[in-house]
Design a protein around this ligand. Sequence first.
Ligand code: SF4
Ligand code: SF4
Length: 439
Amino acid sequence: MTVDYRQMWKELGLNLENHDALMEVLGKVYAEIFVSQKNRPEKTSYLDFVMSEVHGARIQELVEAKKQGRKVIGTYCTFVPEEIVIAANGIMVGLCAGADFATEEVEKILPKNLCALIKSTFGFKLGGVCPYLEASDLIVGENTCDGKKKAWEVFGNLVKKMYVMDMPQVKTQDGKALLKKEYLKFISQIQELTGNSITVESLRKGIEIVNAKRQAVYRLSKARINNPVPVSGLDSLLINQIFFYEDPIRFTQQINELCDELERRVSEGKGSFPAGTPRILFSGCPMAVPNWKIPAIIETTGGVIVAEESCVGERGTRNLVESTGDTLDSLVDAIVDRYFQIDCAIFSPNQDRLTHIKEMYRKYNADGVVLYGIQFCSPYAVEAIGIEKELEKSGIPATRIETDYSQEDVGQLKTRLQAFIERIAKCPSPQESTSALQQ
Ligand code: SF4
Ligand code: SF4
């Protein structure tokens, strides 16, 4: 029997009419893109369940937790450390939005030519369709790109409680010191909000929970190195998306079980795509739910995505936090060490990102790189031009794709991606081309 969540949504303040419209489209798109895939691992049923209950069972859990006095913290960036939130017995949920909503309303308060990610965030608020946003006791914005930095000034007037975190833009010791200062301020803010003190033990526990979650996703990544690849890029992307709002302990357990199955499939030579399918490394802007457009085009046009160099992907999940420190300060330092390695395009210069893309290309036996940018995202768009040149110079085929959340350019994108996939299918083997990297 399906549970009726309407009363809960109403109490959270959602606009039921708009919400119905969104959920109808989401359900349809999910069925078309995900459920219709061939040769899916059985344990992807977990993903189907999570998605079918994305605004249901998980929200009910949050509401129950709030009744028990726990606080929900909504965030928009991989720079916000979940370890700290868990250490104060809070729950962190990612709020980035991947679909256009209430665009007309949004464009009354924001310029048209702002990236779709920010506009969508506003649209979900103005349209009253995001229960995660409405369940959040605190919204954390971060001063990364200029668009976000200025948008928070406006967004702060729309939500109950907003906290803005400053971010370094350079990878120097000063930049690192700023990040530490901001994390210490964040700790005070979270302690005040939750009424719980963060201790060495609770922070270590928070670190271990998040490390385990990252390790599970890393195990998934390792399985994808194989040829044939045991799981599609679409399902892997969904796992990276669910990472941001599913209960971390349940997520870890379920993804590890899925990895058990993937490892069995690898030993049996079973793949979600035939061996030899052109392998794509997807790199660039984050892809919030339900932004599945480009991955769906790639995987229905002859390619398979084997890794994501993205904040919804390896940029957000790699590197663990050292948990052995025995003082609060040393644990905070360990958190800073891990997060300071995130190579977001807001950093200048950002050589580490290019190095990481090359490493990933080699490690995942990719045949080509798709550099993905959300239209009007300057940091990634500017960086992509240089990266594409550098990759091609190293013998790595690359292409730049810039798009928004609309469906208007699907035909054009299909043609371009198909041409790219045909080009890399004719290329020398990854081993041959990666030898160019070592020169
Ligand atoms: S791309 Fe940069 S601003 Fe966006 S989530 Fe990642 S770290 Fe944050
Ligand atoms: S996609 Fe680009 S412009 Fe948009 S919020 Fe992220 S970094 Fe900023």
